[in-house]
Write a new protein. Structure first.
Length: 401
């Protein structure tokens, strides 16, 4: 087995995932074209040396359907020999793509692989691709399906948290993201998106609320109480019998935002990088996926992190910085509590609550943010993890070189 190294990372800004969002007019393949060309230019990369492009997309329909990875490779005018494949592991798809790229390299089958993802949520809303998990009554009844927001509220209830607790965590995310953007902490990896005429569409993350306050969040109605009342609370409580009722505490201010975006990461062997004239920035030490309870759905990060740590011969105390995707506030709160990790080492530049969660791209984005911050602080190790639809978790551990 060979080591797999990270050589570079690029991402688009996150644009509001509505028709009035700054990236709505940019097609998904245009976002990828923008990043592929930037990756080539930044590294003076001979693209003929790249074996494959592995992309995540959670809603692979319409313009982001078929095999958008191969389409983007050709549209970006990379070497025709570069292959492309698109996959979905729900919200983990972007990180799964990086892990698959690393596995290809570690196996020795390939030398340079691009991993990443894309999601244009303003064009193709979540769930547009259907699937038995959502649409087959027999399946969702058998598996105890409830919307993720109800699962998040159930976690908060089980953990003994209240609305004030999750709002306080969310405010910290908004404040950290605003401070990081102002200080330029994202500038190394962000590639501005231009339109076809070369005019700017978006250069910075659009959703960060610099003026977020607890008072403003307190005025927001819980987003999932009505869904719960429609029968989903009852479904969850049949499985979690120790809970009398679910306290609905998540809303638009403490849950991840709907956004458009894409991200890419160049991964390869030491020899492959040397041939391309690249300098490694980090080594991927371990990666893991797990299945977790599918009704509550959001508890996978803890066992995924423990599995990856065990593979790396590490403990949680050995990790300098953590990126725990903020699908809902309780997810990083619970993961940090389970692992005994202080919150001052978690999502130090804010997270998806503040910046949004472009489903297929997020995992690659947060891994890149983690690497940039490790370098900025001159720290060594980091772990990125996400909860995943269907009841799964994913985690990746990197170490600077």
């Amino acid at each position: 087995m060979s080591d797999a190294f990270i050589f570079d990372h690029v991402r688009t800004p996150r644009g509001k995932g509505k028709k009035d969002g700054a990236l709505h007019q940019a097609s998904p393949v245009w976002l990828l074209r923008t990043l592929l060309q930037a990756l080539q230019q930044r590294s003076h990369l001979n693209t003929a040396l790249v074996d494959d492009v592995v992309l995540g997309c959670v809603t692979p329909v319409g313009e982001q359907g078929a095999d958008i990875a191969r389409t983007a490779v050709l549209d970006a005018e990379w070497a025709m020999s570069v292959a492309g494949v698109t996959q979905s592991r729900f919200c983990a798809s972007g990180l799964e793509s990086v892990n698959l790229a690393a596995a290809k390299v570690a196996s020795g089958y390939e030398d340079l692989v691009v991993g990443g993802g894309v999601e244009s949520m303003s064009r193709w809303p979540m769930g547009s691709d259907g699937g038995a998990w959502f649409m087959d009554p027999r399946v969702n009844q058998k598996l105890g399906f409830v919307p993720q927001g109800v699962g998040a509220d159930l976690i908060g209830t089980l953990e003994g948290w209240h609305r004030a607790d999750v709002d306080a965590f969310a405010l910290r995310s908004h404040q950290r993201a605003a401070a990081a953007r102002s200080a330029g902490h994202f500038s190394r990896s962000i590639v501005p998106v231009l339109d076809i005429a070369g005019l700017p569409l978006l250069a910075q993350d659009q959703m960060i609320r610099e003026g977020a306050t607890l008072e403003a969040m307190a005025k927001l109605e819980p987003s999932f109480a009505m869904m719960g009342a429609m029968g989903f609370d009852a479904t969850a409580l049949r499985k979690y019998t120790t809970v009398e009722r679910i306290e609905h505490m998540h809303h638009a201010g403490n849950s991840s935002g709907i956004v458009d975006g894409a991200a890419l990461m160049l991964v390869g062997s030491r020899a492959g990088g040397a041939k391309a004239g690249l300098t490694p920035r980090a080594r991927i030490r371990a990666a893991a996926v797990v299945g977790s309870e599918p009704t509550i759905m959001l508890t996978g990060p803890t066992p995924a992190c423990r599995k990856a740590l065990a593979k790396a011969g590490m403990t949680a105390a050995d990790i300098d910085l953590w990126e725990i995707n903020e699908a809902f506030a309780v997810v990083p709160m619970k993961t940090a509590r389970d692992l005994g990790v202080e919150l001052d080492r978690v999502n130090v530049n804010g997270g998806a609550i503040a910046m949004g969660h472009p489903l297929g791209a997020t995992g690659c984005m947060i891994l890149g943010t983690l690497l940039d911050e490790l370098e900025r602080r001159d720290l060594a190790t980091g772990c990125a993890t996400l909860c995943v639809g269907g009841g799964m978790g994913i985690a990746t551990i990197i170490e600077r070189v």
